[in-house]
Design a protein around this ligand. Sequence first.
Ligand SMILES: Cc1cc2nc3c(=O)[nH]c(=O)nc-3n(C[C@H](O)[C@H](O)[C@H](O)COP(=O)(O)O)c2cc1C
Length: 185
Amino acid sequence: MGIQILGICGSLRKASFNRMALNVVIEEGQKQGHAIETAAIDEIPLYDADLQASGFPEAVVRLGEQVADADAVIFVSPEYNYSVPGVLKNAIDWISRLPNQPFAGKPVAIMGASMGGIGTARMQYHLRQILVFLDARPLNKPEIMIGAAHEKFDNEGRLNDDKTREMIGKLLDSLNDWTAQLQPR
Ligand SMILES: Cc1cc2nc3c(=O)[nH]c(=O)nc-3n(C[C@H](O)[C@H](O)[C@H](O)COP(=O)(O)O)c2cc1C
């Protein structure tokens, strides 16, 4: 039986390689019988405690509900200046202030794509650190760091690298097993 996975992309741009990679997660996930939905973080305002005091913005509440409802979450994000993109960190900061903080105990997988050779490794370890404070349950392996992304996706956003597709399949297998271990049904 499949699980319900929420995919969160750390890039807002239309031609994002990470969005393309998330689309492959959706394709491979569906093959494995998982239900995968994606989150929209582009309407989340900049974190401001005064704004929070007047009520959580709708986009934050919606994302919080999506995280809470999912069996597992997968982040697919670029690396910006050796770390987590501000838009993604901002979304996480908002979620972390919600009552019943929804990442607590949640199985989470991380992957990312960049044009450089290191394929978001530094971002991934910063994101893992953030997930510790959120009390999430990050999956250790496999690690998927898609380097030279511009050579692996074509102009239509299709992945032309079998090894990367195979790794994404393995990541989903592992996330499924990890979720079953943490949330036996
Ligand atoms: C502000 C900024 C900082 C960046 N810093 C890094 C970096 O530290 N490491 C890296 O590999 N690529 C870096 N890049 C290049 C991104 O990997 C590249 O723009 C990538 O295509 C972004 O992901 P996307 O295609 O999903 O939008 C940076 C790009 C921007 C805009």
